[in-house]
Design a protein around this ligand. Structure first.
Ligand code: THU
Length: 140
């Protein structure tokens, strides 16, 4: 991966990110680590809300932090999550987060890494998770 950032490092960053998740309603804690093509990592966690719908997923937190600081080119995102922060199963991105990825990422090359620990992970492309996705190209 870019600039020596490897999968294990990205997984560690996502696990670190999860520590700040704010989840008083679901107790389902999620962390994400988004890698730019320049090799910078933006972390994100889910942030819930008493009114429920304003809740922001970990992946979108990472993307919005990155884009709001000028990053536009992304290589991969790692996502970890579980009830009470216990990482037993993969946490795939929700449909809304997939659509946000579609806005900024090449679906063929952008990698989505789902992990439970450094040794247990799987890697998918955005195209695999969002086939026939609608993106900026459709408006050209
Ligand atoms: N969640 C994420 O942060 N990312 C996902 O892609 C799946 C769902 C969060 C939202 C909410 O805080 C909790 O997990 C339960 O849905």
């Amino acid at each position: 991966m870019t600039n020596e950032i490897n999968t294990a490092q990205l997984i560690r960053e996502a696990i670190e990110a999860m520590q700040y998740s704010y989840t008083p309603y679901s107790n389902f804690r999620v962390g994400a680590a988004l890698l730019t093509k320049e090799g910078k990592i933006y972390r994100g966690c889910n942030v819930e809300n008493a009114a429920y719908t304003p809740t922001n997923c970990a992946e979108r937190t990472a993307f919005f932090k990155a884009v709001s600081e000028g990053a536009r080119e992304f290589e991969a995102i790692c996502i970890v999550g579980g009830k009470n922060g216990i990482l037993e199963e993969y946490t795939p991105p929700c449909g809304v987060c997939r659509q946000v990825m579609m806005e900024f990422c090449n679906p063929v090359t952008f990698k989505i890494i789902l992990a439970t620990n450094e040794d247990h992970y799987t890697e998918l492309t955005l195209k695999e998770l969002l086939p026939l996705g609608f993106g900026p190209g459709n408006l050209e």
